[in-house]
Design a protein around this ligand. Structure first.
Ligand code: GLN
Length: 547
């Protein structure tokens, strides 16, 4: 690690939401990492939930889980996928968490005699959290993404805390403002006014951005750069163009072309002569953009209207596709659409079926029918969390003949609770943060498919669930060909199941997608894509297409 005091880079957003602050933050971090610096990224979310764990995926997309069991914003997934370093609870803070800790201190008497206020108490707490990871001494740069859009009431305490940080640690702080330049088709112009206004909003709160990253569908010419620079008090070379990219993984290269990393280093008074080594990243992009074949994989879930609900699975397929030199085309299939009449047609031309994680009753029967289709037709299958539980239910009903077999999550009165709560979970009354969360070891049985895919005896994978395979039934399942190939070493919980006499049929109680990164695609996704490539569908369906 380079020896200088930790630098804090804040990324704010203006004009609209969804401009991609997470990807810009991750891309800048990637560039700094590729120059040999140690970097981490953290996200501060303005909502009052303690974490996104209790949020419906429709509200906020996927809930991403870290090794230490934090339920976090999906942007942390991008940070890990780009940087290939794990994040933790400290990397995601919400307003709810800030207030909770201030209120706890107030109850303990820490502020005795004083009125507890947004300034200084809430802003002090925010500043402490901004610097928590920095204090570990492990990082040259801490990039902090501030959720929401400048001007939102909820964001105000964060912007105020940034202002105070700039005042107190001027030389070690930098603000990047991400904004939008709308393009007017009628006049054929990019407009700068919304950007000017959003910088004014920041200035009203005492924050002068150092760099403006401008999302735009057209290249920004010199005149526009000069105009933005003049109106917003930034140097013209600090006006960075961010065009729509071919994929999120192309953004670091676009930012390198615009010299975002160099402008950051200059502004922080750091040397700019380090070598930018993106060789591996470019190799990955080359594979991503030049696939030799295409496979079609179905993802069966109930939140498919919002693709962000399955972000990490979709990205894991991007990584595994590149690793196999193929393009994985993901067909999103709504589990409520799958029934005995539709199944054949819905999965026609599909080379592999993934059944997604989920909670509750809705869509579960469709998932079970999709799994039966995969099992009976030798279609490669990967069941993730609820997807694995559904595979167990399907097998119990259709092979073992336990007609009402179910998970007690959906049918507590079933006579065959093949998926059930663990004793510890039965006592839980609160919903937030009470599942089996985070990394747990998993021991693999030799001579199983799981063992040969991982190539080792013990792995560690991330969990997010309450229900488990019911070991009372294990013997029945194994006798009929569904085997437990991965087990939690102490608790004996079944973590992986696989089917004998099927080319590729695996269910995992954990979430392999959380650990798939550009540098380390997950072996299960690589193996699944390979199996999908080899799958021979019924006559008349073309297996792969050249692209
Ligand atoms: N609802 C199931 C459970 O809690 C599965 C959860 C999931 O798929 N993440 O066990």
């Amino acid at each position: 690690m380079n020896s200088f005091t930790t630098k804090y880079i804040f990324v704010t957003g203006g004009v609209t939401s969804s401009l991609g602050k997470g990807i810009i933050s991750a891309s800048l971090a990637k560039l700094l990492q590729a120059r040999g610096f140690s970097v981490t990224i953290q996200k501060f979310d303005p909502y009052i939930n303690i974490d996104p764990g209790t949020l419906n995926p429709y509200e906020h997309g996927e809930c991403y889980v870290t090794d230490d069991g934090a339920e976090t914003d999906l942007d942390l997934g991008h940070y890990e996928r780009f940087l290939n370093i794990p994040t933790s609870q400290a990397n995601n803070v919400t307003t709810g968490r800030i207030y909770q800790s201030v209120i706890n201190k107030e109850r303990k008497g820490d502020y005795l005699g004083r009125t507890v206020q947004v300034i200084p108490h809430i802003t002090d707490e925010i500043k402490n959290r901004f610097q928590l990871l920095g204090k570990s001494g492990r990082y040259n740069f801490i990039i902090t993404e501030i959720g929401g859009t400048v001007g939102d009431i909820e964001s105000l305490p964060y912007v105020e805390a940034v202002r105070q940080m700039m005042w107190e640690h001027d030389k070690d702080c930098l603000v990047i403002h991400l904004t939008l330049l709308p393009y007017l088709h009628t006049t054929g112009e990019l407009k700068t006014k919304p950007t000017q206004h959003s910088v004014k909003l920041l200035l009203e709160n005492g924050v002068q951005p150092d760099i403006l990253v401008c999302r735009s569908i057209q290249s920004i010419d010199d005149d526009i750069r000069q105009k933005i620079a003049r109106f917003c008090n930034v140097a013209p070379d600090a006006v960075i163009e961010a065009l729509d990219a071919r994929s999120i993984y192309d953004v670091p290269l676009l930012m390198a072309k615009e010299k975002l990393d160099l402008v950051v280093l200059q502004k922080l008074g750091l040397p700019t002569d380090s070598k930018l080594d993106l060789e591996k990243w470019e190799e990955f992009l080359d594979k991503l953009h030049h696939p030799k074949q295409k496979v079609r994989v179905a993802l069966v879930g109930k939140y498919i209207e919002l693709k962000d609900s399955y972000k990490s699975i979709a990205e894991a397929f991007v990584h595994a596709g590149a690793a196999n030199d193929v393009q994985v085309e993901v067909e999103w299939i709504h589990s409520e659409d799958v029934n005995d009449e539709t199944v054949q047609q819905l999965f026609e031309g599909i080379h592999g079926i993934v059944v997604a994680p989920g909670f509750g009753k809705r869509g579960i029967e469709g998932k079970i029918i999709a799994i039966r289709h995969a099992r009976e037709n030798n279609i490669p299958f990967l069941g993730i969390c609820l997807g694995m539980q559904c595979a167990v239910i399907e097998f119990a009903r259709n092979v073992l003949g336990f007609k009402d077999a179910h998970t007690t999550e959906v049918n507590p009165a079933t006579t065959h609770p093949v998926i059930d709560l663990q004793e510890v979970q039965k006592k839980v009354t609160h919903l937030g943060g009470t599942m089996r969360l985070g990394s747990y070891p998993c021991q693999l049985k030799e001579r199983t498919m799981a063992y040969s895919i991982y190539g080792k005896k013990e792995v560690s994978e991330r969990h997010r669930h309450r229900y488990e395979f019911n070991n009372e039934y294990l013997k029945d399942f194994e006798k009929a060909g569904l085997h437990a190939s991965g087990i939690h070493p102490e608790a004996g919980l079944v973590e992986i199941i696989e089917l004998k006499n099927h080319p590729w049929f695996i269910g995992v109680q954990f979430h392999p997608e959380y650990k798939s990164t550009v540098a380390n695609p997950h072996p299960f996704f690589i193996g699944f894509v390979k199996a999908a490539l080899q799958y021979q569908p019924s006559p008349g369906v073309r297996k792969t297409e050249k692209v």
